[in-house]
Design a protein around this ligand. Structure first.
Ligand SMILES: NC(=O)C1=CN([C@@H]2O[C@H](COP(=O)(O)OP(=O)(O)OC[C@H]3O[C@@H](n4cnc5c(N)ncnc54)[C@H](OP(=O)(O)O)[C@@H]3O)[C@@H](O)[C@H]2O)[C@@H](O)CC1
Ligand SMILES: Nc1ncnc2c1ncn2[C@@H]1O[C@H](COP(=O)(O)OP(=O)(O)O)[C@@H](O)[C@H]1O
Ligand SMILES: [K+]
Length: 499
């Protein structure tokens, strides 16, 4: 099984195959290995299955299906191929593999979906170019209705490998498991694709090792290997300000919780000092709740500017529970702090004016900025960025604003203006709880304060956030997240030595 970070778009996958062939591996060898991996996985998952129905499409995905059919029949299983197009209409390697299948082939309309123990879905893979319709749509719907477990080849048919969603309004096969090849695609990780794939495995099909690194892939799974090298490690001769001083802008007295959640999160993830800035009435509320966190008066954006003028802040958070004056506070943070995390109310304040926010960000292009909108806030800020996948939209927002964008949800995408992007799949649904976003903003700010580059800091914050929630389990509230982050950090940084 392949374990790696890259996610290959369908076009990159096609190019990987082309380069593999150019390097001397035949297309038929790749297809043989792909079909063999599918057959192996079917036997591993359903060792008691006797009757297999292979749905074979018109392209190379169907070719993989004919290989799997042959391999499973060789093991003594009763295999029927239900073909979307007659085998004589196939071309290339798929035609060759169909010619090597000597078992039963039935037109897909006549297939008995209920009579199989396992269905292998080899209708369409990376070549899907339009919504399923006609006989293909019928087959997908009958396969789903049969309740027979489905093993998808490459992707569940109807799902677009880049989008993680069906093309148009066409149906999609709901797989119990999916075997893909070489590397996963974005659509295996983005929702709803991740759910429709079931259990995903990635098979090596003999693509030479140099091929994937030669592609210049910029999309990754959000895993520690992507950013752990940049994770801050406290220096022996460090002091608290060298570890980074983070500032959190607080809203008015009855909205102080959000700023505190951000502040605790920044501190727990390793900022050396954290100051909450706000109006006196708000600070009085904070004072009743915090000890290590410092408080500084800033009635409005002018007050914030004075604070930034008086001392160095390695990062600032503006947005969580911010209330009135948030736009001016965001501008002050962008001008005065060495890095900034903008969240929540900032996106409402700049609704429909992303270019004004971008202009404020680009006044100091080298200063790291992270934006952490959820889908609703994203739509408010960027009403015209509706096309493409969540990955495409986050990338477009990053390139437009010059900031790193963490577009939140169960499949949070972190995208950088240079085109890099990471998709997370480790957050449990219990993370959907009020205030969790404020904590994420604080994790980002705490890592930025310690000098972690913005893309790595945002990706690490998202992963740590998800991992903290998963580790806590049921009953999670946002207040718990900063407290469980140290256990996640301990795993990432390695346990301290005994002596
Ligand atoms: N690349 C490699 O080296 C390897 C690739 N491998 C395998 O190849 C798969 C990709 O193969 P592929 O490119 O042939 O595409 P595939 O998904 O079979 O479909 C293309 C056919 O479907 C048709 N078609 C499209 N949409 C349609 C629709 N809605 N309704 C009806 N028809 C539709 C389309 O017709 P067209 O759009 O061109 O008219 C074309 O005829 C990949 O997923 C993996 O499984 C492995 O063997 C390992 C090595
Ligand atoms: N279904 C889900 N599964 C996993 N994580 C989720 C899910 N829904 C939301 N999240 C995460 O929970 C957090 C919620 O943040 P946000 O919507 O800003 O809430 P709040 O404003 O209350 O803090 C985000 O980090 C988001 O990625
Ligand atoms: K498929």
């Amino acid at each position: 099984m392949v374990m790696s970070l890259e996610l290959l778009a369908c076009a990159e996958m096609t190019e990987a195959d082309r380069r593999a062939v150019a390097a001397g591996v035949s297309g038929a060898a790749l297809m043989e290995a792909a079909g063999a991996a599918v057959a192996r996985r079917a036997r591993e998952l359903w060792p008691a299955a006797r009757r297999i129905l292979v749905l074979a499409g018109p392209g190379a995905n169907g070719g993989d299906g004919y290989v799997a059919a042959r391999r499973l029949a060789e093991r003594g299983l009763a295999v029927t191929v239900a073909a979307l197009v007659p085998p004589e209409r196939l071309s290339g390697d798929a035609a060759f593999m169909a010619s090597r299948w000597s078992g039963a082939v039935t037109p897909i309309a006549d297939a008995d979906f209920g009579a199989a123990d396992v269905i292998v879905d080899a209708l369409f893979g990376a070549g899907l170019s339009r919504p399923l319709e006609g006989a293909a749509a019928d087959a997908a719907e009958r396969a789903n209705a049969s309740r027979t477990p489905i093993l998808a080849v490459d992707v569940p048919s109807g799902l677009h490998g880049d989008l993680g969603a069906p093309l148009g309004r066409g149906p999609v096969v709901r797989a119990a498991a999916t075997v893909t090849f070489v590397r996963p695609k974005p659509g295996h990780v983005l929702l709803p694709g991740r759910t429709l794939c079931g259990a995903l495995t990635v098979a090596d099909i003999g693509t030479p090792e140099a091929v994937v690194p030669s592609l210049g892939v910029a999309t990754f799974r959000n895993r520690p290997a992507l950013w752990s090298g940049a994770l801050p490690r406290p220096a022996t001769d460090g002091h608290k300000y060298r570890r980074g001083h983070a500032l959190v802008w607080s809203g008015p007295e009855f909205m102080t919780g959000a700023a505190r959640l951000s502040a605790f999160a920044a501190a727990r993830v390793g900022a050396g000092a954290v100051t909450i800035a706000g109006a006196p009435a708000a600070l009085r509320v904070h004072a009743a709740h915090v000890s290590a966190i410092m408080l500084a008066e800033a009635v409005d954006a002018d007050g914030l500017e004075k604070l930034f003028g008086a001392r160095r802040f390695a990062s600032a958070v503006v947005g969580p529970g911010a209330g009135p004056g948030v736009e001016a506070a965001a501008r002050a943070a962008l001008d005065g702090a060495e890095s900034a995390v903008l969240d929540a109310d900032v996106f409402t304040a700049f609704a429909g004016r992303p270019d004004e926010l971008a202009a404020a960000i680009r006044r100091a292009p080298a200063r790291p900025v992270v934006l952490t909108p959820h889908e609703g806030e994203f739509a408010r800020l960027f009403p015209d960025l509706t096309d493409g996948s969540k990955l495409d939209r986050a990338r477009a927002a990053a390139s437009r604003t010059g900031a790193v964008v963490a577009l939140k949800g169960a499949d949070t995408v972190v995208a950088a203006p240079d085109g890099r992007a990471a998709i997370a799949d480790n957050a449990p649904p219990t993370l959907a709880t009020a205030g969790a976003g404020d904590v994420l903003a604080g994790f980002c700010a705490g890592l930025l304060a310690q000098g972690m580059p913005a893309f790595e800091a945002a990706a690490a914050a998202v992963w740590i956030h998800g991992e903290a929630a998963a580790g806590f389990g049921p009953g999670l509230i946002a207040d718990d997240l900063p407290h469980v982050a140290p256990a996640v950090l301990a795993r990432l940084l390695g346990a301290p030595k005994d002596s």
